[in-house]
Design a protein around this ligand. Structure first.
Ligand SMILES: C[S@@+](CC[C@H](N)C(=O)[O-])C[C@H]1O[C@@H](n2cnc3c(N)ncnc32)[C@H](O)[C@@H]1O
Length: 191
């Protein structure tokens, strides 16, 4: 077994955010022109990191709650939001833990960007969305090559999305290449 710290692990992310430049990254290019799909109101940003998408959504009039398990990420998010005079609610949560959903209210929209939510949680996330609420999921697609930095379990599987379609209508789907590789984007509306 490799002793390399992997990106699913907290320490990997703490180091990554500690060593990141003191500058907020641009919001995700796939999210930018899709905000019109969102329902007016609140957004839960799952595994929000240091907040590039949370802040973008807040600046676009949404009331945003960001959750992440990295202290460093959330510290940075709070600095960036203060600099921009935006209010983002943050919660430190490990979203792979069974009870994380109990800690949260119900939202108009949920985004999961570049984080693979464990399937058992993905199956339950609809409880935290209002009727007609939007679930936005974007990340590495199945066409990517597996390597040291990317495991099979990090890929967004169409079969996982198919498992939640009882609760949602798929209203937009994209499958594209960018500098990072094959990216897939699903926008689902809760029935
Ligand atoms: C690739 S970054 C994506 C950050 C953000 N969503 C974005 O698009 O910029 C993955 C994020 O997932 C967070 N993360 C990984 N595993 C987690 C877990 N079990 N619970 C909460 N956050 C987690 C990391 O701390 C990191 O901020």
């Amino acid at each position: 077994m490799s002793d390399k710290i992997y990106m699913g692990e907290k320490l990997f992310w703490e180091n990554k955010f500690l060593n990141r430049k003191n500058k907020l990254m641009d919001p995700d290019e796939f999210l930018i022109n899709k905000v019109d799909f969102f329902k007016k109101g609140s957004v839960l940003d799952i595994a929000c990191g240091d907040g590039r998408n949370s802040l973008f959504l807040s600046e676009n009039g949404f009331e945003v709650t960001g959750v992440d398990f990295s202290d460093e990420a959330l510290k940075r998010l709070l600095v960036f939001s203060k600099e921009r005079s935006q209010i983002i609610k943050v919660k430190k949560l490990d979203v792979s833990k069974n009870k994380f959903l109990d800690e949260l209210e119900i939202f108009d929209n949920i985004i999961i960007n570049h984080y693979k939510l464990p399937l058992n949680q993905l199956l339950k996330i609809h409880y935290k969305l209002k009727k007609n609420g939007i679930l936005y999921i974007c990340g590495f697609g199945e066409k990517n090559k597996i390597n040291n930095g990317l495991r099979k379990e990090d890929l967004l599987l169409k079969s996982d999305i198919n498992k939640i379609l009882d609760y949602y209508n798929l209203i937009s789907f994209l499958d594209k290449e960018n500098d990072l590789g094959n990216i897939v984007q699903y926008i689902l509306r809760k029935k």
